[in-house]
Write a protein that binds this ligand. Sequence first.
Ligand code: ADP
Ligand code: MG
Length: 278
Amino acid sequence: MTTNPTSEARRYQNLRAHLGYLKLNDAAEHLNTVLDVARSDGLSLTAALERLLEIEVEATEARRLASRLRFACLPGPWTIADFDFAAQPGVDENLVRDLATLRFLDDAANVLFVGPPGVGKTMLATALARGTAEAGARVYFTTAADLAAKCHKAALEGRWNTCMRFFAGPRLLVIDELGYLPLPGDGASALFQVINQRYLKSSTILTTNVGIADWAGAFGDATVAAAMLDRLLHRATVVGIDGPSYRLRAHQRTSDTLRAAAGHRPAPAAGQGGSHAS
Ligand code: ADP
Ligand code: MG
């Protein structure tokens, strides 16, 4: 049997057009290459189809991840692998590596990073958020001040319910920097409502420089603080990071050199932190 080159050419054009019509653009683009490889390597029909569709699936996955990451508004590219545990003796490495398995998402459990500035709270929260996005779930990163401002604006514009639905949506919500600035008037109650509606449904990661015992003071309202802590801590991992500031490491090194030159000993690193509440 002879193949008619004209009908073969038409078939190829049709195939490309079908792929384009179905919006399988990456497959359409790679059709030629895959057919070449199929011919040169003697691939079976199944193997050739598998290769073609694999190209489309990978491209779709990459697009979806990029869109989840755009939505997430992460403040940096960090992953757990970027975190230098040796430089931060104040964090429990096993605890963080366990969190990085993302088991906590299945229990809708929360994570609190508590510690002074510069110890890596934002970096670790971001790394867990990135891992979650890479695992296929929706993530949103915000600061406490920004969340309060968004809710305040939504209330003024009559979009309160939409705003609450927005913060209830993501599988993981990161609220960074609670306690750095006093929350504006209705900020504490907005934050409480966000935490409350996510309670037992989906996970929230919170970073704060305020020790849990001092929350009442940080919120101005002891009742709201207690109610919020109640929900946050009911099912939570608390990661205390009580170590040296990574940000100040370079400065520390310079000052240690200067001090050594002046005949003083360098300052010792601070101690351990880390506890588990469930
Ligand atoms: P915090 O939120 O506790 O104030 P950050 O997470 O913002 O601290 O960390 C401050 C800076 O130092 C960031 O650029 C972060 O990437 C870096 N950093 C902090 N801890 C580490 C660490 N253990 N390994 C690598 N980089 C770190
Ligand atoms: Mg921070």
